[in-house]
Design a protein around this ligand. Structure first.
Ligand SMILES: *Cc1c(COP(=O)(O)O)cnc(C)c1O
Length: 404
């Protein structure tokens, strides 16, 4: 993914040609980049040989899931829809973990029927519900318990999940109570302790603290967990400033931690597997003069990519074709939706843009399409998967007919 002369290429295909052929807004993913991310992840954690379960909510496209499954990953799912789609995409049930605070009777029933690796429970009520179903089915169900380690992930508050005020997991006290209860249950087999403290984590310290908390609590349970599921959250370099989580250091910390406990590690990465593989190509509809700036009105909007509106997240914006002319004004990149939060970025020193020019919004492979909507009755964009010159439509643009 680079410029050749002045044209941006995604896996050797010119972005401008893709835009022309498939129209915009257009999601493009590089399969080579996903492969590279998975290889890199595996290499960094080689010495602990973890089970890697891709967090499907980051990008649930079936074609991508199939590719990711083929590369040996399992799935971390948070709904019956994601579970069904993962199974349909060829991911084996014994590599699937089910997370989430509010799994319904129907969802649990289905997961138990499919014999997935683990249901990571998040409350005593959920455990009682599973026990009820297991009893009817005369089965022993493998479960994990998600601990809330009260650890600040030092990330955006909206994507922080491991602090005591968050709804996720159970406190140490409840965790210890539940362990006692499950040990005696005829229908539940306690296999796993799970945690997930948040997303887009760039700093090793929160993970180190989390491991210290886990160590203390596991020692109190005097229980041998077959699995320890450390969740996901590994951050990516959205700003392109080489600010990255040190995976190797995290791996060493875990290796150290495992000296005290003989457990298999599970990870649930989403963003770090697909985030930087995706681009959203968009066309400038109009340029409008504003107060001390120009509004660049794009044909992509918050319904296509909501992260900036939802969390104030920053995504780099780059031109599809470089022209080496500097803009005289500040540009504010916005979408056409009737919300003031429908804006992507305010940039100084962008190149001079004209109407109909194309731009790319970077690193949209995770939580881009998966969070998209039909707000303002806008159809969802086409998604392309690209590898070595080969372009495949993996999801077609919704037609207006679908919507109307
Ligand atoms: C969202 C989520 C993940 C994935 O988080 P990333 O930041 O995308 O790696 C993993 N586990 C659970 C339980 C989640 O909710």
């Amino acid at each position: 993914m680079k410029y050749k002369k002045n044209d941006f290429l995604i896996d050797n295909v010119e972005a401008k040609i893709l835009a022309k052929k498939y129209s915009t807004p257009l999601y493009c993913y590089s399969l080579n980049k996903i492969k590279e991310n998975i290889k890199n992840f595996k290499e960094n954690f080689k010495s602990i040989d973890p089970l890697i379960c891709f967090a499907v909510k980051a990008n649930p496209n079936s074609n991508l899931l199939r590719q990711i499954g083929k590369l040996g990953l399992g799935a971390d799912v948070v709904s019956i829809g994601e579970l069904m789609k993962s199974l349909k995409s060829g991911i084996s049930p014994n590599k699937i973990v089910f997370s989430g605070v509010g799994k319904t009777y129907e969802e649990l029933n289905y997961a138990i029927k499919k014999n997935i690796l683990l249901i990571n429970t998040e409350s005593k009520s959920e455990i009682l519900q599973i026990e009820k179903i297991a009893k009817i089915k005369k089965k022993k169900v493998n479960i994990g318990i998600r601990l809330n380690p009260n650890t600040d992930a030092n990330t955006l508050s909206q994507i922080s999940t491991g602090k005591k005020e968050n709804k996720f997991g159970v406190s140490e006290k409840i965790f210890l109570d539940i362990v006692k209860y499950v040990k005696k249950s005829k229908y539940l087999k306690l296999k796993c302790l799970s945690v997930h403290i948040g997303s887009q984590i760039l700093d090793n310290a929160p993970y180190e603290k989390m491991l210290r908390v886990l160590k203390k609590i596991i020692n109190k349970t005097k229980y041998r967990f077959e699995y320890i599921d450390l969740g996901g959250g590994m951050g990516i370099d959205y700003e392109n400033k080489n600010k990255k989580l040190n995976l190797n250091k995290y791996s060493l910390n875990i290796k150290n931690f495992l000296k005290s406990f003989k457990s298999k590690i599970i990870f649930e990465p989403g963003r770090s597997i697909v985030g930087n593989s995706g681009f959203l190509i968009s066309k400038v509809i109009y340029i409008k003069e504003g107060y001390k700036k120009d509004f660049i009105i794009l044909d992509a909007a918050m319904n296509d990519l909501i992260r900036p509106a939802l969390y104030n997240a920053q995504h780099r914006i780059i031109p599809v074709k470089k022209n080496n002319k500097k803009a005289k004004k500040i540009y504010e990149f916005v979408g056409p939706i009737c919300e003031s939060t429908d804006k992507f970025s305010i940039l100084r020193n962008f190149q001079k843009l004209s109407e109909k020019d194309l731009i790319l919004i970077c690193d949209v492979g995770a939580y881009g399409m998966s969070l998209s909507s039909n707000y303002n009755l806008r159809p969802k964009a086409t998604e392309l998967l690209i590898q070595n010159n080969k372009v495949q439509v993996i999801s077609k643009r919704q037609s207006l007919k679908d919507l109307i």
